[in-house]
Design a protein around this ligand. Structure first.
Ligand SMILES: Cc1cc2nc3c(=O)[nH]c(=O)nc-3n(C[C@H](O)[C@H](O)[C@H](O)COP(=O)(O)OP(=O)(O)OC[C@H]3O[C@@H](n4cnc5c(N)ncnc54)[C@H](O)[C@@H]3O)c2cc1C
Length: 321
C-alpha cells in the first residue's frame, strides 16, 4: 500500500524499514507528535517475522512468535499516529521544503518528503541457496545461536562456516548441544587464532572439512543434512536437529552507498545518538555498524534515533527549547 504517490508537504520524520528498529522509532516519533511515516520494504521482510519464537524480548515470559511480535510493534505505533506505507526505497536526495532543508525519498514511483530520515533497513543473512533451506527456517535451520541455541539442549547440531562468527557461535552452542559439527568447505578455518584454539580444544566440537551441505532433510523439522566432500565428490548423511548457517550477513544499505558513510562491511556508521555522517539522517538497528544484533538492541537504537530526529526537526523549525 502506497499512502500518497507524491507528498506535497514533508513528513517530520520518514523511517525506512518496518522491523523492530523502524517501528520503535515510529512509535517514539509519532508519540512526540511528529508527522511520521514508516516505509516497509515491498520485496523484503523484517527478520523477526521469520523467527518462530522470540524468547529473549523482555516482558514476554514464555516467548512470542516473531510475526506476532512485529504486528504488536506496528499496532502500538499506529495507535500513536504512525502512518505506514510499503515500497522499496532506492535512494534519497536533498530537497528544500519552503526554506527548511530536508529530503525526498524515492520508493518505486512514489516520492516522500521528509525533514529528517531514519534508516532502519536491517540486514539479510546469506543463504546457502540449497533446496529446503527456506522451508526449514525456524524448523531447525537458524542464523542465530543466541536466539535459538537454548532449543537444542542435549541434541546434535551443525554449524556451516569457518569464519569468526561461525566459530564463536559453535563455541556458544556447546553450552547446550551434545555435539556441534562445524561444516567448512576448506581444510582449515578462517577464524582468528584464539577462536580456533578454543574450538580445537573443545571436545564437543567436531569438524567436517572440505564439505558443503547439499541438502537438508526431515519431515516437519530438520533431521539430517547431506554433506558432499568437495575433493572426492562423496556424499554422506549427518544426523542433526539443528543447522546454524553463518556464511555472512549483508546489511540492506545499497540504496545509501555514496550518500552515507558506511564501514568496510557496508554497515551505516552512527554515533551514540544514531546520527549518521549526514545531519538530519539517522540510522538504527541491524543496518548499523555495531556488535550485537537483536530485537531488543534494534528497539533501543530505534528509540534513540527517533529522539535525535525529534531534536533535529525542532531545531530546524525553530521550536527547540
Ligand atoms: C532466523 C532469525 C531468528 C532470530 N531470532 C531472534 C531472537 O530470538 N531474538 C532476538 O532478539 N533477535 C533474533 N533475531 C535477530 C532479529 O530478528 C534482528 O536483530 C532484528 O529483527 C533487527 O531489526 P531491524 O529492524 O534492525 O531489521 P529487520 O527486522 O531486518 O527489518 C528491516 C526492515 O527494513 C525493510 N527494508 C529493507 N530494505 C528496504 C528498502 N530498500 N526500502 C524499504 N524498506 C526496506 C524490511 O522490509 C524490514 O521491514 C533473529 C534473526 C533471524 C534471521
Amino acid at each position: 500500500m502506497v499512502e500518497e504517490a507524491v507528498s506535497t508537504q514533508p513528513y517530520d520524520v520518514v523511517i525506512i524499514g518496518g522491523g523492530p528498529a523502524g517501528l520503535t522509532a515510529g512509535m517514539y516519533a509519532a508519540r512526540a507528535n511528529l508527522r511520521t511515516l514508516a516505509i516497509a520494504g515491498e520485496t523484503s521482510v523484517s527478520q523477526v517475522t521469520i523467527t518462530d519464537i522470540v524468547e529473549n524480548y523482555p516482558g514476554i515470559p514464555g516467548g512470542i512468535n516473531g510475526f506476532e511480535l512485529a504486528e504488536r510493534f506496528k499496532t502500538q505505533a499506529v495507535e500513536f499516529g504512525l502512518q505506514t506505507a510499503s515500497g522499496d526505497v532506492t535512494g534519497l536526495v536533498r530537497k528544500d521544503w519552503g526554506g527548511l532543508a530536508g529530503w525526498e525519498i524515492a520508493a518505486g514511483e512514489a516520492r516522500y518528503g521528509a525533514l529528517s530520515v531514519v534508516v532502519a533497513t536491517g540486514a539479510t543473512w546469506r543463504r546457502l541457496g540449497i533446496p529446503s533451506e527456506e522451508r526449514f527456517i525456524g524448523r531447525g535451520v537458524s542464523f542465530c545461536a543466541t536466539c535459538d541455541g537454548p532449543f537444542y539442549r542435549n541434541r546434535e547440531v551443525a554449524v556451516v562456516g569457518g569464519g569468526d562468527t561461525a566459530i564463536q557461535e559453535a563455541l556458544f552452542l556447546t553450552r547446550f548441544a551434545k555435539k556441534v559439527t562445524v561444516i567448512h568447505r576448506r581444510d582449515r578455518l578462517r577464524a582468528t587464532g584464539i577462536l580456533q584454539k578454543r574450538a580445537f580444544a573443545n571436545d564437543k566440537i567436531a569438524f567436517a572439512w572440505n564439505s558443503v551441505v547439499e541438502s537438508i532433510d526431515g519431515l516437519d523439522l530438520v533431521q539430517a543434512v547431506r554433506l558432499r566432500d568437495v575433493k572426492t565428490g562423496q556424499t554422506r548423511d549427518l544426523a542433526v536437529s539443528g543447522l546454524f548457517i553463518f556464511v555472512g550477513l549483508t546489511p540492506n544499505t545499497a540504496p545509501f552507498q555514496g550518500a552515507l558513510a558506511l564501514d568496510a562491511g557496508g554497515y551505516i556508521q552512527v554515533d551514540a545518538n544514531m546520527q549518521t555522517s549526514v545531519p538530519g539522517v539517522f540510522a538504527c538497528g541491524d543496518c548499523t555498524a555495531k556488535r550485537f544484533r537483536q530485537v531488543v538492541t534494534a528497539c533501543g537504537d530505534g528509540a534513540t534515533a527517533a529522539f535525535s530526529a525529534q531534536l533535529h526537526v525542532e531545531e530546524l523549525k525553530g521550536e527547540a527549547y
